[in-house]
Design a protein around this ligand. Structure first.
Ligand code: TYD
Ligand code: MG
Length: 466
């Protein structure tokens, strides 16, 4: 018989240590090592399999063959289906992560109701809330009369026994994975071992029956799902539900999808009656723009396959401090430092005695380097006090030499801008074939200096007009 030894598992990254330490040397996190029994440890398998057993031959099959039913079930909530790549894939497991209170349960209740009203069998298992609380939410969302089947349960074996009754469900929602526990493992719920074993059992159920399984996971302060970061590699798709405190919009971002594209987003707005789809995010992020205020530039960005226009706001003000401030919200600060350095070194624009504040409107976050050009335009505009044309969009990457480099999807960005009533664009020289529209009359600088000269030149034009 195997001797029971103790081992210590990092709740952050899942690394197994033989003795306790204050810091996990694999991921560098402090105080994440928890004692768990080896018999339930990772890799030990289900309890019944621990005693040596002769393998059973499984039938090998071919790639081609019949797949029952449509492979995807669409909810009809366009933004959700888009993020999933066209709907929930049958037999797949999906992890929906997000900060506590961001709206995961709300989103999934709405999805469950939408699917149930399309005639699918949906089971919603909550380990966090009582049935009455879920009913209250359903009432608030106006979906209390749909045929979603509900349970408040946390034991995996009990859940599996429950759903084995009757017709196979099309979708099972488990809210949340951190509350689940299985008899197979003997550590406490929420530990890596329990979370992994429970997820494994549910994924096995999904694969063997063809039901789709959604696992909800809470993200901890460190930006990782508590422990359950360890299930990311086990599931077929990983979606994160994000939002900025104080703003009502929420973004559902796909970071992994075995059956569809990643980098796709779905945009929602949280209202008093649940999440509302935002079909045109640009309108949301552009908000109320004040034309003719210096320091604002509209960036034509891309999120996955979809163009998104956002306003970038810069404030450059004389600084009383020896070391001027640089503050950024919604963008990378090293990237801002780089754009400032290029403006100083190659264009002769001085920021050394100025504080620089940069903000992306609407609390949106940009990760694309294509925003460089819009940021530079906003900075120069604020420093000089010259407002940029209100009907102009900017995109392009700035290299350290001061050259402006082409970015992908120029045509799509321009199309979106045109749709929203913009009349001009500033984009890199040598961008892909631009046909017609606002692209034909656009300004295409080869270097950042060309853009600075153009913005400064508008002063002369303005005074000439007077
Ligand atoms: P919830 O879905 O419970 O979050 P999670 O499951 O991710 O922890 O959403 C909680 C927040 O959403 C809560 O602060 C209240 C808000 N909310 C609304 O603003 N409108 C609504 O219709 C609902 C149901 C929730
Ligand atoms: Mg919840």
């Amino acid at each position: 018989m195997a001797k029971t030894r103790t081992q210590f598992i990092c709740q952050n990254c899942g690394t197994v240590h033989t003795r306790w330490a204050g810091k996990c040397d694999a991921c560098g996190e402090w105080n994440t090592l928890i004692e768990e029994g080896t018999n339930s440890g990772i890799g030990s398998g289900p309890a019944s399999m621990r005693s040596a057993r002769k393998g059973r031959a499984v039938a090998l099959t071919t790639l081609s063959g019949d797949i029952e039913d449509a492979p995807r079930i669409a909810s009809g909530i366009g933004e959700l289906d888009r993020a999933l790549g066209g709907g929930f894939v049958r037999g797949s497991a999906i992890l929906v992560g997000g900060d506590p209170g961001i709206g995961k349960s709300t989103l999934l209740t709405q999805a469950a109701a939408a699917l149930a009203s399309r005639g699918h069998r949906i089971v919603y298992v909550s380990g966090e809330e009582a049935v009455a609380q879920i009913r209250l939410r359903a009432q608030r969302l106006g979906v209390a009369n749909t045929a979603v089947e509900l349970a408040a349960e946390t034991n995996v074996e009990d859940i599996l026994a429950t759903i084995a009754d009757g017709k196979r469900p099309d979708l099972i929602i488990l809210d949340s994975i951190q509350t689940l526990w299985t008899d197979m493992a003997d550590s406490a719920p929420g530990t890596v071992t329990q979370v992994r074993s429970s997820a494994q059992a549910m994924i096995r159920y999904a694969k063997s029956t063809g039901a789709a399984v959604v696992l909800v996971g809470h993200v901890t302060k460190e930006g990782q799902i508590a422990g359950p970061r360890v299930v990311e590699h086990m599931v077929d798709a990983v979606l994160y539900f994000e939002g900025e405190g104080g703003h009502h919009y929420r973004i559902l971002r796909t970071v992994k999808n075995r059956f569809g594209p990643t980098d796709e987003i779905g945009v929602f707005e949280m209202s008093d009656k649940g999440l509302r789809e935002v079909a045109n995010p640009s309108e949301l992020f552009l908000g109320e723009r004040h034309a003719k205020s210096p320091g604002a530039a509209v960036f034509a960005g891309m999120e996955g396959t979809r163009p998104v226009l956002v306003e970038i706001q810069a404030l450059v003000a004389p600084s009383p401090l020896g070391t001027p401030r640089r503050a950024v919200v919604g963008w990378d600060s090293p990237r801002l430092a780089m754009v400032l350095a290029v403006l100083e070194a190659h264009c002769g624009v001085r920021f050394a005695t100025h504080d620089v504040y940069l903000n992306v409107a609407g609390g949106y976050r940009i990760s694309e380097p294509a925003a460089d050009l819009a940021v530079a335009a906003a900075l120069v505009s604020s420093l000089t006090g010259l407002a940029l044309p209100a009907d102009c969009v900017y995109f392009g990457e700035i290299s350290l030499s001061g050259a402006i480099r082409p970015v992908a999807h120029a045509q799509q960005r321009l199309k979106e801008a045109e749709k929203l009533g913009f009349g001009q664009a500033v984009l890199p020289k040598g961008s892909e074939e631009i046909s017609g529209g606002i692209g034909s009359g656009s300004f295409q600088p080869a270097t950042l200096t060309d853009l600075v000269v153009r913005i400064a030149g508008s002063l002369r034009r303005n005074t000439d007009d007077d």
